[in-house]
Design a protein around this ligand. Structure first.
Ligand SMILES: CC(=O)SCCNC(=O)CCNC(=O)[C@H](O)C(C)(C)COP(=O)(O)OP(=O)(O)OC[C@H]1O[C@@H](n2cnc3c(N)ncnc32)[C@H](O)[C@@H]1OP(=O)(O)O
Ligand SMILES: CC(=O)C(=O)O
Length: 534
């Protein structure tokens, strides 16, 4: 195990610059400051804050960062390009913005593929080298640490190795601390990256870094291979945000380095913050968390196959590449038609129930789940309904009321307004209750009528609210005869739970889901069931 040293292996985050080049991603200055704080909490070594010469927002970010950020450990970097072909570094306004950004580190993008020099910059190979040399020397003289991103390095190296090497040597000799080899178009495979990094290290002796894009789905693998080949600086973005298919996901890279390559790159104990920080940054970027992300996704350690669960019951390592707690994640069992008895037993453990002696009940529950899933239920999306089913089968049914009937009327009034009205008749604790309520839709009306009917017996229900309602038609071919699946999300302000109903009739399916939602809520409030209810 190598010792933790943020300077000997740089973890360089580019979420706030390259990450924001992602389609649909735009951050306010306040968001950028908040993302930087999360990255600092996680313990990355460097945070690239943006391109100060690009737009007023990035310029303001660097201004405010000087007084508002107070980073604990990370160093802030400003990004920009080498000077324009026609200017001196000192006179180039874009370089001036880098100089004045107030950061200890500047990262310069430089052309390293001769085709880009000739066709995009429309200048000579010699002038491009001069632009790199001048800009690095100028910023070094201003007291900055300078990293150089050699853009399109791998593509360019395949066309003209000698020129690629000249760019690396020029940057290093001018004072660049690291020359970062970029797979800008993201098309490289791990073997190409490994071979090229080794060759460039041998030929140049420069300190090298890696910056990979994910266009061929290899950005994380390419970054890890580059470290194994000798780079000591890795760039990437939180959650893999970035232009086109994104950057290397820095969180996956960091977890890989720490857990697979015995290379601590975060301060001790911080890897456990990975899930929290990943989700917090998704929240700030307004991105729906991808549940399938390695290490941090909600599904990353979720087991659905019954055979997997039976082995996991003996030893979780048999179906997990690491202990999820190491990155702040949890193991979960998913109950579905693919479950076996072991799945149900382990799910029971998640509910705090020891079902190891309930072999018969486990078998019954497996059969029941498979039967119901065949008719349209999906318990992995409705764990509260599953918990009720499980408890019913193991401990016998517990009910809080007996339903007499429910009815819903939907009426269009003369002024065009459509109103839903529901009536619920039920008995609980020896009393009959009839309640009628109006709602902005039939399910809303039914939900209100049910709560009103139960309000006297169970006043705590006031704290329970329906927060989401999803409908899916399961067999579109059959038109109105199709089966409807309804999922309801409910909260008591502290936790959320999901329940399900399935029926040909959408209101009947909704009733089932609502009834489970209320029953689960009452159970959470430790209400005693009504012994006479059926
Ligand atoms: C691989 C990467 O991800 S690099 C980062 C890419 N990110 C961005 O481009 C986002 C920020 N960019 C911007 O805000 C703008 O493009 C700016 C402010 C940088 C430049 O805007 P403009 O001055 O309008 O120029 P424009 O974007 O059209 O073209 C870029 C210019 O930079 C030149 N250029 C490109 N790379 C370099 C380089 N490494 N060194 C010096 N000049 C460069 C181009 O040749 C072009 O010059 P030209 O104006 O003489 O044709
Ligand atoms: C510098 C950079 O972002 C790239 O080459 O992809």
């Amino acid at each position: 195990m190598r010792p933790y040293d943020p300077e000997s292996l740089h973890i360089y985050d580019t979420t706030l610059r390259d990450g924001t080049q992602q389609e649909g991603l735009s951050l306010s200055v306040a968001d950028k400051l908040a993302v930087a704080r999360h990255l600092d909490d996680l313990g990355v070594g460097f945070i690239e804050g943006g391109w100060p010469g690009s737009n007023p927002k990035d310029a303001e970010f660097f201004r405010r960062a000087q007084t508002e950020l107070n980073l604990r450990g990370a160093k802030l970097a400003a990004f920009g390009s080498t000077r324009r072909a026609s200017k001196t570094a000192a006179d180039d306004p874009q370089v001036a913005a880098l100089r004045e950004a107030g950061t200890p580190v500047v990262c310069l993008v430089a052309k390293s593929d001769r085709r880009h020099v000739e066709r995009a910059l429309r200048t000579t190979l010699a002038e491009n080298l001069a632009m790199i040399r001048d800009t690095v020397e100028h910023l070094r003289a201003e007291g900055k640490r300078v990293f150089v991103d050699a853009e399109h390095f791998f593509d360019g190296y395949r066309v003209d190795e000698a020129y690629g090497l000249e760019v690396v040597r020029t940057a290093a000799e001018a004072g660049a601390e690291v020359v970062v080899l970029c797979d800008t178009n993201g098309g490289m495979l791990p073997t190409q990256i490994g071979d090229t990094v080794r060759a460039v290290l041998d030929a140049s002796g420069a300190r090298l870094g890696i910056h990979c894009h994910d266009d061929s789905g290899c950005a994380v693998a390419n970054s890890l291979v580059a470290v194994q080949a000798g780079v000591t600086h890795v760039q990437g973005a939180a959650n893999g945000y970035g232009e086109r298919c994104g950057n290397a996901n820095l969180f996956t890279v960091v977890a890989g380095l720490e857990t697979k390559l015995a290379t601590p790159v975060l301060p001790a104990g911080r890897l456990r913050e990975l899930v929290r920080v990943s989700h917090a940054i998704d929240e700030l970027t307004n991105s729906a968390p991808d549940t399938h992300r390695p290490y941090v996704g909600a599904s990353a350690f979720a087991h659905k196959g019954g055979l997997h669960a039976s082995a996991v019951k003996i030893d979780p390592d048999m179906y997990q590449h690491i202990d999820p707690a190491v990155v702040g994640n949890d193991m979960r069992m998913l109950v579905s038609e693919l479950a076996g008895r072991a799945t149900i037993e382990l799910k029971g453990r998640e509910f705090g129930l020891d079902l190891s002696d309930e072999k018969e009940a486990l078998g019954r529950i497996v059969e029941l789940v498979k039967e119901r899933e065949a008719s349209g239920f999906a318990y992995e999306a409705a764990e509260a309904s599953f918990e009720l089913l499980l408890r019913d089968e193991v401990y016998g049914p517990e009910r809080y009321f007996t339903l007499d009937s429910w009815r819903v009327i939907v009426e269009q009034r003369p002024d065009g307004e459509v109103v839903s009205e529901a009536t619920v008749k039920l008995e609980t604790r020896g009393e009959r209750h009839v309640s009628t309520a109006e709602g902005n839709g039939p399910v809303n009306a039914l939900d209100k009528a049910l709560r009103e009917a139960l309000a006297k017996a169970y006043p705590g229900l006031k704290a329970v609210d329906l927060t989401d309602f999803k409908v899916r038609i399961l067999d579109g071919q059959e038109g109105s005869g199709a089966i409807t699946r309804v999922l309801v999300e409910t909260t008591d302000g502290q936790t959320r739970w999901d329940t399900i109903g399935v029926d040909e009739n959408i209101i009947a399916a909704s009733w089932q889901a609502l009834q489970d939602a209320v029953t689960y809520g009452l159970r959470r409030q430790n209400e005693v069931p009504d012994p006479d209810a059926v």
